[in-house]
Design a protein. Structure first.
Length: 351
């Protein structure tokens, strides 16, 4: 008889050593064959990790997401849900402690073969890694398989920003339809992130002071963004028929909502701009909607702006992020920007 199986008063029982402690369970049968079958289920459903019941991938991820909902932003949870569905296609139904480094590497290779980009795969692995940390803290698993993956598997070269010429910028923006056009101009004149401008409300704007207060930011820190005459002029043209300056209108209900299809519609605007350039025989430089943020930063520094003021405007966590824009200036412009920032930072505050 197996050491994990024993009888008491004719009834079979199962037992297993878990973290030095013996766990027992009645199999509720007097039939040996049935007891052997139930023993296998008992052994497979018990984990050697801190005496806890063995969890599946689905159990752990569901628990993790439920816990994360209370501390993460809704849009982050939405993104995590998408990654969880991708991961479930590979790991769904498997025991959590059976997900190894090799299995994660296979997942990476499969996603690459499907055409998924490295940043997308990284987002998926972020969810898997955080779920693994959650599981380890609760004794569901002994290690984080994502932490064992080498950097080579996820090597990523950030796309190099190519500064477009003024004609390419203006043509693309004017080729945008609906509220995407004023939204794009606003991005260029403020340096806001797309999500920040698309969800901006009229109540967040102080036109008298020329500023907008952003609370739902990438780093979760509230910041005030200055708006010059150009940005205020864009707002002046926008009707106040909704809580947002740049809303989209639901085709089914007719209700207004924050603009959500900006990136997709921007691709169409670029295609129209490219076609226009080919017709008029001039060189067109395509750029992303997010690049308007970079363009704002470069123009700010080139026109005499301060690095530290730009850091606050853009919401960068460190000045080193802001300093990356110096490479797009001429040597003379870069030197002036650095010297000016150092000089102004050294000035004592006056009240």
């Amino acid at each position: 008889m197996s050491s994990n199986l024993y009888q008491r008063n004719g009834v079979f029982y199962a037992r297993i050593q878990v973290s030095g402690a013996e766990r027992r369970c009645s199999l509720k049968t007097t039939n040996r064959a049935e007891a052997q079958r139930r023993l296998k289920l008992f052994l497979s459903s018990n984990s050697p990790y801190l005496g806890t019941i063995r969890r599946t991938f689905d159990d752990v991820v569901a628990e993790f997401l439920a816990e994360a909902t209370s501390r993460l932003k809704p849009k982050t949870i939405t993104r995590y849900d998408c990654s969880a569905l991708q991961l479930a296609a590979k790991f769904g139904g498997q025991w959590w402690d059976s997900i190894t480094k090799r299995a994660v590497v296979e997942y990476i290779d499969e996603r690459k073969a499907e055409g998924a980009k490295i940043p997308t795969i990284r987002r998926d692995l972020t969810v898997l890694s955080q779920a693994a940390e959650y599981a380890t803290e609760r004794g569901y698993g002994a290690a984080n398989p994502v932490a064992e993956i080498g950097k080579r598997q996820l090597r990523y070269t950030k796309p190099q920003f190519v500064r477009p010429d003024e004609r390419s910028i203006e043509t693309t923006i004017t080729c945008a339809y609906g509220n995407l056009m004023p939204l794009a101009w606003f991005l260029r004149f403020t340096g806001m992130r797309l999500e920040e401008a698309a969800t901006l409300r009229w109540s967040d704007i102080d036109e008298a002071r020329g500023s907008a207060t952003l609370e739902d930011t990438k780093n979760r820190r509230t910041r005030a963004v200055k708006m010059d005459e150009r940005a205020l002029a864009v707002l002046a043209w926008q009707p106040r028929t909704s809580p947002w300056p740049f809303p989209a209108k639901d085709r089914t209900t007719g209700e207004y909502r924050p603009y959500k299809q900006a990136s997709t519609n921007w691709q169409e605007a670029k295609a129209r701009a490219q076609k226009s350039a080919q017709k008029d025989k001039w060189h067109y430089t395509p750029f992303r909607l997010h690049d308007l943020r970079h363009i704002y930063a470069i123009e700010h520094l080139a026109s005499g702006g301060n690095l530290y003021a730009l850091q606050l405007q853009l919401g960068h966590g460190t000045i080193r992020q802001t300093e990356e824009y110096l490479q797009y200036l001429t040597p003379e412009e870069a030197k002036l920007a650095v010297d000016r920032s150092a000089q102004e930072a050294a000035q004592p505050q006056r009240f």
